[in-house]
Design a binder for this molecule. Structure first.
Ligand SMILES: [Zn+2]
Length: 424
């Protein structure tokens, strides 16, 4: 048999990936932002257990779910080379709390004709072709939507289906050489706890890829760096009937600080692309004491520090005008731009780009104006860019995905496995 590595025909089974995805999205795995348990909702384990069963069925015998709902699996190396790095592919199994994930009824639209798609269970939910121009890329292909009452859960069950299908393909095609591959499915990503209970030692991978991205061909190697700030204003309290010259109202000082923030810059609503911002997210208090919480975001760490300094300066200035009032300013690190880590291991993103090209797509390198589990994983010792699956309009009732994008995503994973082996 003639096998040319670069052009090896990788034919991911379209029907199988469709069926797999449709099965996974019907399982309610919504995570719970108000829970203090791990996982934050027990029902996420329903999918975790099914994945372990499915992994064993496709021949990944070393698969298990732990008490926190994490699924770990190992695809052994079939390469004679001893030095191929261990690579991990990771997706999250939970869906966002923003939109119901109960009773998801996926609808398969075969041979999409380019017209608006009216969702059957709520006809006011219409996927308009002019509002979602990416639909055009899928004319003639198959599209999957929800039915109108729930989200679809392509975020991130498309990643799960893609990883499963790629693993299945690798097992059925043992002539294709790869090093040891780890699979990791995590709960609670949508509530910011996706990496909280990962056992990095058990995972034992050197580099990773999250499959949690949008348009075909896209790879994200950069996220915001993020801090949070809490400002507490202490006023001076007195009986309001006898407060003349004594009372200093903390609420009013806090209001003044908000008022003194720049009006048309430095905010999420006035920035885009590579611009950072400072964003008040919570305000509460009484006349005696008021608290404002902020999130600070920037791609550049020095600029992030400047945002903190500038905010502190504003708060100091305002407070100092009110004799008797004091202010506490605390800044806390939330997460850091994964690019700082990935730049030290340029092959990780470069191989992803190479794999995308080999799958016949144009590479789109993008920055995320937010964080991902990949940014946390990168700082936990697993440099981890984010690769596309095709998911669109996520966290909404209009969420959809094109089957061809999932197929290309699975192809990209297979190519990645081959490239890491080939270049070792
Ligand atoms: Zn996601």
């Amino acid at each position: 048999m003639f096998v040319c590595i670069n052009t090896y025909m990788i034919q991911i089974n379209k029907q199988s990936i469709t069926e797999r995805f449709i099965r996974y999205v019907q399982i309610d795995t919504q995570s719970d932002p108000h829970s203090n348990t791990y996982p934050t909702s027990e029902k996420q384990k329903d999918l975790g257990r099914l994945l372990v069963k499915d992994l064993k069925e496709i021949g990944v015998l070393d698969a298990e779910i732990d008490d926190f709902g994490y699924v770990y699996a190992i695809l052994p190396s079939n390469s004679e080379k001893q030095n191929v790095p261990v690579i991990c592919f990771c997706s999250h199994i939970d869906t966002a709390p923003d939109c119901s994930g109960t009773n998801v009824k996926p609808v398969l639209h075969k041979n999409y004709d380019g017209k608006d798609i009216v969702l059957p269970d709520d006809t006011s939910q219409v996927l308009k072709a002019d509002k979602y121009p990416y639909l055009r890329n899928h004319i003639g292909g198959d599209i999957i939507t929800a039915s109108g009452n729930t989200l679809l859960g392509a975020d991130d069950k498309s990643g799960v289906a893609v990883i499963m299908e790629a693993a299945s393909w690798l097992i059925k095609n043992p002539l294709v050489k790869h090093g040891e591959i780890k699979i990791l499915f995590t709960p609670d990503e949508e509530v910011g706890k996706g990496t909280a209970k990962i056992d990095m030692e058990k995972l034992g991978a050197q580099f990773g890829y999250t499959l949690d991205g949008g348009e075909a061909g896209s790879v994200e190697d950069e996220t915001f760096s993020a801090d949070s700030v809490k400002i507490i204003i202490h006023g001076v309290i007195a009986h309001p009937g006898y407060a003349k010259g004594k009372l200093v109202n903390a609420l009013k000082i806090a209001g003044e600080i908000l008022h003194d923030l720049p009006k048309n810059k430095w905010s999420p609503e006035s920035t885009e692309k590579k611009e950072g911002f400072v964003h008040p997210v919570h305000f509460d208090g009484i006349a005696e004491k008021a608290t404002i919480e902020f999130i600070l975001r920037d791609f550049d760490l020095d600029k992030l520090k400047d945002h903190g300094d500038k905010l502190k300066h504003i708060a100091d200035e305002v407070t100092s005008k009110h004799s008797g009032a004091t202010m506490d300013f605390t800044i806390q690190e939330q997460y850091r731009n994964m690019k700082e880590v990935l730049d030290k291991h340029p092959q990780v993103a470069a191989y992803a780009a190479e794999a995308i090209k080999r799958a016949g797509l144009n590479v789109k390198t993008e920055s995320i104006r937010g964080g991902t589990d990949g940014s946390r994983l990168s700082y936990m010792g697993l440099p981890c860019p984010n690769v596309f699956t095709g998911m669109q309009a996520i966290h909404s009732k209009l969420e959809w995905i094109g089957v061809n994008d999932m197929v290309k995503s699975a192809e990209t994973i297979v190519h990645l496995c081959m490239i890491w082996e080939e270049k070792s």
